[in-house]
Design a protein around this ligand. Sequence first.
Ligand code: AHR
Length: 495
Amino acid sequence: MSNNKLTINADQVLSTIDRQIYGHFSEHLGRCIYEGIWVGEDSPIENTKGIRNDVLKALKEIQIPGLRWPGGCFADEYHWKDGIGPREQRKRMINTHWGGVVENNHFGTHEFMQLCELLECEPIICGNVGSGTVQEMSEWVEYMTFDGVSPMAELRAQNGHEKPWKLKYFGVGNENWGCGGNMRPEYYADLYRRYSTYVRNYGDNKVFKIACGPNVDDYRWTEVLMREAGRYMDGLSLHYYTVPGVWEKKGSATGFAEEEWIETLIKTQRMDELITRHSAIMDQYDPSKRVALIVDEWGTWYDVEPGTNPGFLYQQNTIRDALVAALNFNIFHAHSDRVRMANIAQVVNVLQSVILTEGEKMILTPTYHVFNMYKVHQDAKLLQLDLQSEDYTSHGKTMKAVSATASVDAEGAVHISLAHVDPTKTATLNIDLRGLVKDQFKVEATELTATELDAHNTFDNQNVVKPSAFTSFEVNGHQLSVTLSPMSVTTISIR
Ligand code: AHR
């Protein structure tokens, strides 16, 4: 007899799950931009205006809603004028932060905007507060969005783009408590007020301004920012990475034991506590929840793959990462009244990537498949649910074995996603579907599972972890009995 029970109240609609929760992050770091996305027009790798076609196709499939760029720590060292004009004449420099390699600035504003157009996603640009000027930031926004007669609009036209782009999301600095200038919150709050003043709305382009938010549990940062600058921002960011070990010895992406498995999954669930507590502070200053909490960096951070440049942050991605993704999505959904954007770090070849490349080869990671299975929740309405789950215990640590989320989309289809973290046994879950309008419905499901803790896809074996049709369920009226595989992510559609 199972003690796992899920009640879904399909007639109790909560907040909208903003599609931007499924956003990505791309930095000039390692092989994310160069090779992972940009190969140049003359590359033997098939490309569209220099951007590799296989990656474009894969990202379109998961309906990528937004892409953050150019960093990260790189953003506060980036001077956008170095990345415009004829490519061969652009400045070459050393990427001092990430691996000490030559940055030739071939991928700049035009190339990024082109990428977002091809992906049909929102560009999310992060400006330079740490080492840039107010004028530089102001001119960048003018360059991208001003329609009419102005020095920057003219420069843009000279560089081949007469019409302005649409730019919705703009971050005013990144990690300004750390790599973005080591500032105190009081100092950054004042700088934010100053810099953001000159991030102008030109014509009908309305910029959604994102202030640099706290590192993990720095609640004082949130307090000071909301108090001193809350009324000038549309969003406040939060960064939290899941590190199984300690910073100096984070642990390996593969070849780990069950102790590290549970440690990682427990640590990733800290996201819930962080969002709850930062939101509570935001509620004091912004009870109507006008200001969004933007989790613009999240994901797993392990030791780099042996033999790779330590500054490139290249890591493999396993079924454990798939569960990390699902647990975080379930948390973001539950907080979608306040959390209206999240960007996994990073899209290709860096940290918890959805895509890995090696020369002309490309593979989809288990995390990619979770983005694909969860895309049905984009812009859907969150449904109220009650979940009773058995515990999963290992090496003296305990967490709930099952995590769930449910939403209803514009066509009335209900989607339930379940993460089952216990790698040792199946879990039977009884689902009570209350409040469904229809008496007759069709149930279809997909699961992602594996038989090894570190199951992953490689360039030689690309489909070790991939979704498959899931049929281990029985429907009896409005009751659904589901048998979840060990270490699995499942999405059930009810139409
Ligand atoms: O994603 C890698 C780095 O992590 C980013 O550059 C920085 O913002 C964070 O510390």
